[in-house]
Design a binder for this molecule. Structure first.
Ligand SMILES: C[C@H](O)[C@H](O)[C@H]1CNC2=NC(N)=NC(=O)C2=N1
Length: 94
């Protein structure tokens, strides 16, 4: 299990990743798609990456809008595991 990032580490990690926002103890990203099934395909890719990493985001699907929320439950906040998974998820769409 990774350690919690401190305030400075978190600030600099998010500065380099403007698509991700801090929301409480999570980082979130919203991705919008042309149609519903495109969003579902993305969710399936996220699920594969998450299972491989053994780190699992909360995923909300609102029609063509998919929201990914990452936190490390065991650590009680954001760790390097979340940042690594955020980058892998961003690589699927950027
Ligand atoms: C043992 C296993 O690695 C842990 O339970 C993992 C599984 N997936 C997880 N996912 C997330 N988001 N946070 C965790 O702390 C976490 N813990």
């Amino acid at each position: 299990m990774s350690d919690l990032l401190d305030q400075e580490e978190l600030k600099s990690a998010l500065k380099k990743r403007p698509e991700w926002d801090l929301e409480g103890k999570s980082i979130t990203r919203v991705v919008e798609f042309e149609d519903y099934m495109e969003g579902i395909d993305f969710v399936n890719l996220v699920a594969e990456v998450a299972e491989e990493a053994q780190h699992h985001p909360d995923i909300t699907i609102n029609y063509t809008k998919v929201t990914i929320s990452l936190t490390s439950h065991e650590a009680g906040g954001i760790t390097e595991d979340d940042i690594e998974l955020a980058d892998r998820i961003s690589n699927l769409v950027d």
